[in-house]
Design a protein around this ligand. Structure first.
Ligand code: C2E
Ligand code: MG
Ligand code: MG
Length: 607
């Protein structure tokens, strides 16, 4: 209910008030609460009130109605007594009392009904009191008229107010709906477009490109090693990093382009209206890589990030989903090529990925069908010329495709998780083979490559322990080789595994040193024994002068940390001679012995 406003026919202050009216007014003042009660009861009985709100709400509304009804009656009776219905202050209270609580929840019809309730309640009480007091008919009629007029005036005011309220609510609703639509189409963390909006924009852009005779480019941006960032700094800092990455990406594209968050650490840039799409997209990709290379300040830490980017060009008539999957395939290749780079999609990528799929499929049966074999390559001591260890290198001969190189199938085995079972087989077989050659009088140890997936697997330490127990090999003759990148990106769990392996007494080697992060600082932190310098450094020996001094410096540093240094991929006498000058300890390469199956007479010969 709104209120009973000053009746249009209100008398001026000067109007004299009859004694009968004063008496009636006072009698009504004593019934103030009754009027409120009558209204609340009526309201409770009306089916509308009961059905629309919960019990708790109903109680609160009934209390409001009681309060408003009583208040209106107080003012009304005061008016009868004094002839002056309200002071300006009271008027303000009057309106506030009536309108605020109920306008927000009741329809105009309900409020009107409530106002009329008040009218009938007060008239009922007027008649009752007038009867008791013996009030004259003129005074009673006057009081009833005033109640009617007040109620009418109140209805008009209420309708106006209701209109204003309605408009306010409507604009609030519209704003709410706009917010909701925004939420449905945007990523809550970064505020960028989400997958749905991106695909919609891409479809539209592809259609529009037909009309404009232009092309669109999709850049699939996938953060490199984001999981290890999360593991290292925690998820909230990870989120902080993603938000900053989003901001940098958003700045790189034109306002008409779209920056979207596609998945947890995947972003997509959609560039429209391109006339030289490949060049323009490559330029954007270059800018992304550059922008991400600047360190990020997250929660008082400096974080570094990079991303691999796949680019696909969409032309009129292309399907949005297909363009997206092409960009995804190209991104995948960028990752394979060493991350922090971009690759443009071309149909050959599909061939490569279908070969990958075929190999992934075939890898499942390799162990069962005995398609895997291990070849051994000697690692020779430069001074004594003795073979100190044999590196176990996997070989796979596919029944139809022929030999598949480890560099091709090992990453697939890692991606599919098959490397865990395959690696366990290598570990068992290589330890048994080593046992066999040691029993035959060759004292070389065995070096086994271990992938990151294996290191992260909880069974590795037990598997190694069992292999040692079963074969009776002295732990120190077994070396586990881990690539530099695994060690740098390893999480806490992997570091615990490394320590446990070390505690078993096996040797740990850093493989392919120089190809990954080339960070020397972690050499001192990790429990490693050996360092294997990658072939890419060795093959430069003799071609530039820097290589020699660089290898010399690495050897010196490694020695100062108590590590033994192996040079990988030694192919020429020149390389060998240069390596002698660096103080390198061990050498491995075609010059000294190619990988051969077990039992080959070439295995333990020193050329
Ligand atoms: P890696 O551990 O660095 O092994 C050395 C690679 O260099 C081997 O390639 C070996 O055949 C090759 N190599 C040795 N000497 C020379 C040389 O003088 N010239 C040239 N051009 N190459 C030489 P391979 O056998 O193709 O293996 C490649 C990579 O595959 C290995 O690199 C290793 O990372 C991985 N791998 C091989 N076997 C296994 C395995 O059982 N488990 C795991 N996780 N990875 C393996
Ligand atoms: Mg190796
Ligand atoms: Mg290597």
């Amino acid at each position: 209910m709104s209120s009973l406003t000053r009746p249009a026919t209100a008398p001026s202050k000067e109007t004299s008030v009859s004694a009968a009216r004063v008496a009636l007014g006072r009698a009504l003042a004593a019934r103030v609460t009754d009027v409120g009660d009558i209204m609340a009861r009526q309201w409770r009985q009306s089916s509308n009130g009961a059905a629309t709100w919960s019990a708790g709400q109903n109680d609160r509304i009934a209390q409001d109605i009681m309060r408003i009804g009583s208040f209106a009656t107080t003012t009304f009776s005061k008016y009868l007594v004094t002839g002056d219905p309200t002071t300006p202050e009271e008027d303000a209270t009057w309106k506030g009392q009536g309108t605020v609580p109920l306008h927000g929840i009741m329809s105009l019809a309900e409020l009107t009904k409530l106002n009329l309730n008040w009218r009938s309640a007060i008239i009922e009480v007027i008649y009752a009191e007038a009867g008791g007091l013996g009030t004259d008919a003129v005074t009673v009629a006057e009081a009833v008229d005033v109640a009617r007029a007040g109620c009418d005036a109140s209805l008009v005011g209420m309708a106006k107010h209701f209109d204003v309220e309605q408009r306010r609510l409507q604009s609030e609703l519209a704003a709410g709906q706009a917010r909701l639509t925004h939420q449905q189409l945007h990523d809550p963390l970064t505020g960028l477009a989400n997958r749905t909006l991106l695909l919609d924009r891409l479809s539209h852009a592809l259609m529009a490109s037909k009309r404009r005779e232009t092309a669109v480019a999709v850049l699939f941006v996938d953060m490199d090693h984001f999981k290890s960032v999360n593991d290292a700094v925690g998820h909230s800092s990870g989120d902080g990093l993603l938000m900053q990455v989003a901001r940098r990406l958003q700045k790189l594209v034109r306002p008409t382009d779209t920056a979207a968050r596609f998945g947890s650490d995947e972003f997509v840039l959609l560039c429209e209206d391109l006339t030289a799409p490949q060049t323009e997209a490559a330029a954007v990709a270059g800018r992304v890589i550059e922008a991400l290379s600047e360190p990020f300040a997250v929660a008082a830490r400096e974080l570094f990030a990079s991303a691999s980017i796949g680019i696909a060009i969409g032309r009129p008539g292309d399907d949005a989903e297909v363009v997206m999957s092409q960009a995804d395939a190209a991104m995948y290749l960028a990752k394979r090529h060493g991350r922090a780079r971009h690759v443009l999609y071309e149909p050959a990528i599909d061939e490569a990925s279908s070969r990958r799929a075929e190999l992934a499929n075939a890898l499942h049966r390799t162990l069962k069908h005995g398609e895997l074999q291990i070849h051994y390559q000697p690692v020779t001591d430069l001074r004594s010329q003795r073979v100190v260890t044999m590196e176990a290198l996997l070989r796979w001969c596919h029944p139809d495709l022929g030999p598949v190189a480890p560099v091709e199938f090992i990453p697939i085995a890692e991606d599919t998780g098959l490397i865990v079972d395959i690696g366990r087989w290598v570990l068992e077989t290589a330890c048994s083979d080593c046992r066999a050659w040691r029993d035959a009088g060759h004292d070389a140890g065995v070096s086994i490559n271990v992938s990151g997936r294996q290191l992260a697997n909880a069974d590795l330490v037990d598997d190694v322990r069992e292999a040692l127990e079963r074969t009776g090999l002295p732990p120190a003759v077994v070396t586990l080789e881990l690539t530099e990148s695994i060690l740098v990106t390893s999480d806490e769990g992997s570091r615990v595994a490394l320590t446990a392996l070390k505690a078993l007494g096996v040797r740990l080697a850093i493989d392919d040193f120089g190809t990954g992060y080339s960070s020397l600082s972690y050499l001192a932190e990790l429990p490693v024994d050996d360092l294997k310098i990658d072939r890419s450094f060795i093959s430069r020996l003799g071609h530039d002068t820097q290589s020699l001094s660089m290898i010399g410096a690495v050897v010196e540093l490694a020695h100062s940390l108590g590590l033994i240094v192996t040079a990988e991929g030694v192919e020429t006498e020149l390389e060998l001679a240069e390596l002698r000058r660096t103080g390198c300890d061990l050498v491995q390469g075609y010059l000294l012995g190619k990988p051969h199956p077990l039992g080959s007479t070439a295995n333990f010969e020193t050329p």
